[in-house]
Design a binder for this molecule. Structure first.
Ligand code: MTE
Length: 327
């Protein structure tokens, strides 16, 4: 997760298989699809199969209506900056040199199904386009704060997570929502790094998942999200550190037990389940008091719950006595 200061558990890139070896052995279009099948596809299908958002089958839904309730006073981060400063370990850990975006661009976006399972009235698999079209998309401007002490402000398009919860029809025993990223090392070279317990997983309590701010993202800057942001479906929970916002989701499970996220598994002393933003609670290895805005380069003070205390503090009333809410 940490790019500039390498975490103690992380292997140096030199210990991982070089990127060109992954590419030489990866199938051009991922599992099962060969060159001949690719050539037979219509141009739009070819484009979206190789991860080009301009061929996205839901692009007619953009730009979605802006929701004026969710705005931010600090400047929006320019797209060319946020699109090239991504944290998506499946595609490498070198966030600074544009390689995450470049490698992620080759991820096939379709076909893509999302499995909804666990404690629900009926388990099912739904095609991403059917899921997106069953929801009403809107645009929200949110602050986004990474645990590494950088931040940005971006216009996400998507739908409230509480609508997804309603769609899934959870049973009363469901206490948490667990989200899982795809697992395909042929497409995602980072998944060949066995130091990480792939697939990427994280989760929320039902109270968090149904809070008005929890948002399922399908697009950004008024169009379908390019792959590096976690297309075709990711979470954003703006009052928490960014690692809670699972990208490229293929499975959503309603469960009774608290899920253990990838980072919590790797380094539980530093990355916990709650991970709410708090400037007064330092990461064991650095301060969280301020953050660097990647758009303006300015350093600004970090806010409690990343500035969303009014909407989310009630979720945690009384819990601070028993839980480590801020790591
Ligand atoms: N989801 C997956 N599947 N893999 C990841 O490496 N990184 C997380 C989160 N979701 C990550 C992920 C972290 S640490 C952050 S800060 C955000 O994605 C970054 O989102 P962004 O690249 O859109 O800014």
């Amino acid at each position: 997760m940490l790019i500039r200061r390498r975490p103690s558990w992380e292997l140096p890139e030199s210990a991982a298989t070089p990127e060109h070896l992954f590419f030489s052995r990866r199938a051009l279009l991922g599992a099962g699809a060969g060159l001949a099948a690719f050539a037979a596809l219509p141009a739009t299908a070819q484009a979206q199969a190789v991860g080009d958002p301009s061929g996205d089958p839901t692009k007619d839904l953009y730009p979605a209506k802006k929701n004026p309730a969710y705005t931010v006073s600090t400047p929006v981060t320019p797209e060319d900056i946020s699109a090239n400063y991504n944290n998506f370990y499946e595609f490498g850990s070198d966030q600074m040199n544009y390689s995450v975006a470049r490698i992620a661009a080759k991820m096939p976006r379709r076909p893509w199904t999302v499995k909804i399972d666990g404690l629900v009235e009926q388990e099912r698999e739904v095609g991403i386009d059917d899921l997106i079209r069953a929801m009403t998309l809107e645009e929200r401007l949110y602050r986004h704060r990474c645990v590494e002490a950088w931040s940005m402000v971006v216009p996400w398009t998507g739908f409230p997570m509480k609508d997804l919860v309603a769609y899934a029809k959870p049973l009363s025993g469901a206490k948490y929502v667990r989200m899982e990223t795809f697992l395909n090392p042929k497409v995602a070279p980072g998944q060949n790094r066995f130091v990480y317990p792939w697939p990427y997983v994280d989760g929320l309590t039902m109270a968090e998942a149904t809070n008005e701010l929890a948002f399922m993202v399908t697009g950004i800057y008024g169009k379908p999200a390019p792959n590096q942001y976690g297309a075709p479906l990711r979470l954003t929970v703006p009052w928490k550190y960014g690692f809670k916002s699972v990208k490229s989701i293929v499975r959503i499970s309603f469960v009774a037990e608290r899920p253990v996220g990838l980072w919590e598994k790797v380094q539980g002393r530093e990355y916990g389940f709650w991970a709410n933003v708090n400037p007064e609670v330092a990461h064991p290895r650095w301060s969280q008091a301020s953050e660097r805005d990647i758009g303006t380069g300015e350093r600004r003070p970090t806010l409690l719950y990343n500035g969303y205390a009014e909407q989310v503090a009630p979720i945690y009333a009384g819990l601070d006595k028993t839980e480590k809410l801020f790591m």
